[in-house]
Design a protein around this ligand. Structure first.
Ligand SMILES: [Zn+2]
Length: 489
């Protein structure tokens, strides 16, 4: 009896790997083996597939069944269940084999033959090798521009019937889009310089650190950031959907940039992603194209913060395990908040010198040199006149301007581009040389200041390739958390 071949896709990181399942049924001692897999992992798959086939009134052959999965996974994912089941039905002539050959089957089988959801459905459908992909009905996707067409499956019986009649059921309505719940600028109070810094951060994608006592609105300002950033483009939206679905977040994200605020007790694996076989994306990847907030940044474990250095530099996380190496995307805007003291308030503080010193040491170690902008908030502000929609438009206009000029946002300007688009006047050079001589900044900081100054100039409509002294002075003050003038755009 020849071999029946079916197609499926399995998840690795945020990508789908097209996979071929071959099923061979022949005379011999009844048994079920998956080539190259230990008994334990084999038994799990066999038990689900066997129960599903028997409980939907098909026959389980009392023969020798051999399944090969290529390329061979480290561990068999449950998403290949459906491909094995239909392959087996075709191999035992319960289903015509030409019906199953040019379709991708993705889904985990329940013992009663129902088809269950699997993580990473967006990547699985998008990276499938065949043009039709059968997916769990509960995970129905709207994919207008994709090459693949997904058809819904509720149970093994329905899949077999649909294959025989070529009639697939009506797709259920897609999973509702997760509405953005972040507050807008209207809810914030006072703190005009902090709002100015938010606008600069959103436009140029410069990492921002907000300092201030407890109750001065640091968190609320940070939460307003995704609302003033431009909506995701089609490609960015697809990237975000891929990562979120691979991370097991089943709500479809909206068009607003993602906002993630992981708790300070989160482990390095929860932040960076990992696992031994499928490499599940972590919080940093879930914030891809969006904002990652570390509230009270000194509370996070120093080892966890240390692991941020690579993604902050390269925009991706490389995870290496015995099963191989995977690169997960993680390009995000980092926002941190810092209290003046461990007790939250410097004015009413009664902490011992020791406590204060320990606190300061933790803050200094906490990625503080990675932030390009520093700003301080104060409590008791008045209501703001800012409107989120207007600010978002302003941010969109300035970031489009930068993108059309140099093909990237200002935070990504290379040194050659800085020399072209962010030239310094004699006055600015003098200012920075003086700070360099005093040792208060480094050469890397000078480039950072030029990038931020480029953004400030763009927002002010100063489109000259030479930066104004004003813009450089403001960027320098923001770097040192010493903004004294009103920062408005
Ligand atoms: Zn204190």
């Amino acid at each position: 009896m020849p071999v029946v071949v079916t197609h499926t896709v399995r998840l690795l990181g945020d990508h789908g790997i097209p996979t071929v399942v071959s099923v061979h049924v022949a005379n011999g001692l009844p048994g079920f083996t998956i080539v190259g897999q230990p008994d334990g992992s084999c038994r799990e798959t066999r038990d689900r597939v066997r129960a599903a086939i028997l409980s939907t009134d098909y026959a389980w052959p009392l023969e020798r069944i051999t399944v090969d999965i290529a390329p061979r996974p480290q561990r068999i994912p449950s998403s290949v269940d459906l491909a094995i089941a239909v392959g087996l039905l075709a191999a035992t002539d319960q289903l015509a084999r030409h019906l199953v050959e040019h379709i991708d089957f993705v889904g985990e089988l329940g013992l009663d033959g129902t088809i269950r959801r699997v993580p990473g459905i967006v990547a699985l459908v998008h990276d499938a090798s065949q043009s039709t992909v059968v997916i769990p009905a509960v995970q129905h996707l709207t994919s207008p521009n994709w090459n693949q067409q997904s058809v819904p499956a509720t149970s093994l019986t329905q899949v077999v019937d649909s294959l025989k009649t070529s009639q697939w059921p009506q797709a259920p309505s897609p999973i509702p889009v997760l509405a953005g719940t972040c507050p807008g600028l209207e809810q914030t109070r006072g703190n005009h310089n902090a709002i100015g810094a938010l606008i600069i951060a959103a436009t140029g994608r410069h990492h921002l650190c907000i300092h201030g006592p407890a109750g001065s609105g640091k968190t609320m300002l940070a939460q307003a950031l995704p609302r003033i950033m431009p909506e995701l483009t089609d490609q960015e939206y697809l990237d975000v959907q891929r990562v979120h679905s691979a991370a097991g977040l089943y709500e479809t994200p909206g068009r607003d940039v993602p906002f993630r605020a992981p708790h300070h007790t989160s482990s390095a694996v929860a932040m960076l992603g990992g696992g031994s076989t499928v490499f599940r994306p972590g919080e940093l990847s879930c914030a891809h194209h969006g904002v990652l907030l570390l509230d009270d940044i000194d509370e996070y474990a120093p080892t966890v913060l240390d692991s941020f250095r690579q993604p902050l530099t390269t925009g991706e996380i490389i995870i290496s395990r015995a099963a191989g190496q995977v690169a997960l995307p993680a390009k995000f805007l980092l926002v941190g908040t810092v209290r003046p003291c461990a007790c939250g308030n410097a004015v009413t503080c009664r902490c011992s010198d020791n406590t204060k010193e320990r606190f300061q040491r933790r803050v200094n170690n906490a990625l503080v040199n990675r932030f390009e902008l520093h700003v301080t908030t104060t409590p008791h502000g008045r209501t703001n006149h800012y409107r989120t929609v207007d600010v978002r438009e302003q941010v969109s206009a300035a970031s489009n301007l930068a993108f059309h000029r140099q093909g990237c946002l200002n935070a990504d300007l290379t040194i050659e581009q800085l020399d072209q688009y962010a030239q310094l006047t004699n006055g600015s050079t003098e200012l920075l040389q003086h700070a360099l001589a005093l040792g208060s900044i480094t050469h890397r900081t000078v480039n950072t200041i030029r990038r931020v100054a480029r953004t400030i100039a763009d927002l002010r409509g100063q489109l000259d390739n030479t930066l104004s002294v004003d813009a450089v002075t403001a960027a320098f003050a923001l770097h040192r958390n010493a903004m004294s003038n009103e920062l408005t755009f």
